[in-house]
Design a protein around this ligand. Structure first.
Ligand code: DWN
Ligand code: SAH
Ligand code: ZN
Length: 411
């Protein structure tokens, strides 16, 4: 199985024009054993824009089983802020959409370790999570969450409609943008969703990505970069209507889109406001994307210059957070263990491995405490508040943080 180059939009079949080439990249979550000398999978990572529907998307596709499997390492519950965000999200639906319904049914696509559904389980709400990555699905089950390890798509969604009846809410966080086979997914949603139900999903927002030049939101798993305009067009194509949008501060800026079956609900005023704002800003315009691509190249040279200068001055640098995003940064910029000697991360399945492509060793936070570098490169910049608060001592002892979002800076 190799990556499939397409050149055609995965939503509407229109022509896709490449806007940013991020070069040869590994699978962003394929952390390797240090002694593994076997071949490593690489693909060419590039983003493009559909001339017809404006959807920004990767120009080639990695087979889903290569990314999402038993050993998929990412755990949603690794951040206290995200645990809180998901608990609040679950309670919000329990108190609004689900309240007053007879035996309501809540479905989550990509429930991972159950960060959100454990609250539903705890509240006794009928629920089901789809999670094909078996390792994290088992963690969710350990928290009392009902999980199917099928990939959500038309056939698997229809089967759940048969066995469980319609869903009142279908929710997904950081998952819908991972699914190139969108037609099948939205047919599945149409089959499973109750006539007056809602389908809501939160994903990194193109408007924020452009504003912050956060090009590391582009990697194999993130197939689409959504904005309100492209999501509205996608929704309408498959018999839905975009009825709600909400900007969220998590993961560097996301939008929660709410879709309903066409004609079932009145769109909130916020939808028009965000669409107008996107028009004013030119969020999905080719010019904005060209400016983004040139800002990305500037960040690469600034970051490499800084790291080389620090090495020449005899300073030590470690990475903080072995994120999927950091695979794009290290492999695009050519950052290896010579410039960043290790990366510290709390995830057990990443520790004592090396990062994809760049092969930087991953170590525990305890190792970081005992082997303090002069500088820490914040790969998990989206969790900056949480991390800087918990690592206050690093700074107090003279340690410095480096970030590259929205520009290369020493904090
Ligand atoms: O969309 C996706 C998002 C939700 O999660 C997936 N495709 C893959 C993954 O992307 P990521 O790896 O870039 O996500 P995070 O949440 O930025 O990853 C943070 C990493 O940093 C994790 O490996 C955990 C680690 N971490 C840490 O070591 N100490 C995180 C925090 C908050 C910490 O204090
Ligand atoms: N919702 C979590 C996890 C996001 S990572 C959070 O926001 O933190 C994306 C998750 O989607 C992974 O756990 C992956 O295994 C899962 N996934 C990928 N394809 C899927 C599909 N077709 N159906 C359901 N889950 C899927
Ligand atoms: Zn299109």
């Amino acid at each position: 199985m190799t990556a499939q180059a397409r050149g055609r939009c995965r939503i509407c079949g229109g022509g896709v024009e490449e806007v940013l080439d991020l070069g040869r990249q590994p699978l962003s979550d394929a952390f390797r054993r240090p002694d593994d000398t076997g071949p490593e999978f690489f693909h060419r990572l590039a983003a493009g824009r559909c001339r017809a529907c404006t959807m920004v998307q990767l120009t080639s596709e990695v087979p889903r089983e290569r990314m999402f499997h038993q050993g998929y390492p990412y755990r949603s519950s690794g951040s206290a802020v995200m645990r809180e965000h998901f608990a609040r999200t679950a309670l919000g639906y329990a108190e609004t959409e689900l309240a007053g319904r007879d035996a309501p049914f809540f479905v989550e696509i990509g429930c991972n370790d159950g960060a959100l559904l454990r609250t539903m389980a705890g509240a006794g709400v009928r629920h089901l999570g789809f999670e094909p990555s078996g390792g994290v699905a088992a963690v969710a089950r350990g928290h009392g969450v009902n999980v199917s390890t099928d990939f959500f798509e038309e056939a698997t969604a229809a089967a759940v409609r048969e066995s469980h009846g319609p869903a009142d809410v279908i929710y997904a966080a950081n998952t819908i943008c991972h699914l190139p086979y969108m037609e099948s997914v939205l047919r599945g949603v149409a089959a499973l969703l109750a006539p007056d139900g809602v389908f809501a999903f939160e994903d990194p927002y193109l408007g924020d990505i452009l504003q912050k030049t956060s090009f590391d939101q582009i990697y194999d798993e993130h197939f689409f970069l959504f904005c309100a305009r492209s999501v509205r067009s996608m929704a309408e194509r498959f018999g839905f209507e975009l009825v709600g949008v909400e900007r969220l501060p998590v993961h560097g800026g996301e939008v929660r889109y709410t879709l309903a079956k066409a004609g079932a609900r009145r769109p909130a005023a916020a939808v028009r406001r965000l669409l107008d704002w996107e028009d004013e800003q030119g969020v999905a315009d080719p010019e904005a994307l060209a400016a983004f691509a040139s800002a990305v190249a500037d960040i690469r040279s600034d970051l490499i210059d800084l790291l080389r200068m620090l090495r020449a001055a005899g300073k030590s640098v470690a990475g903080y957070g072995a994120t999927a995003k950091s695979a794009t940064v290290t492999n695009y910029c050519g950052i290896g263990p010579d410039l960043v000697s290790y990366v510290c991360d709390t995830t057990p399945a990443k520790q004592d491995r090396v990062t994809p492509g760049a092969h930087i060793p991953v170590r525990s936070p305890e190792f970081f405490a005992e082997n303090r570098p002069d500088y820490a490169l914040l790969f998990a910049w989206n969790h900056a508040d949480e991390i800087l608060a918990k690592e206050r001592e690093f700074r107090e002892a003279g340690g410095k943080w480096i970030t590259y979002v929205p520009e290369v800076r020493v904090l």
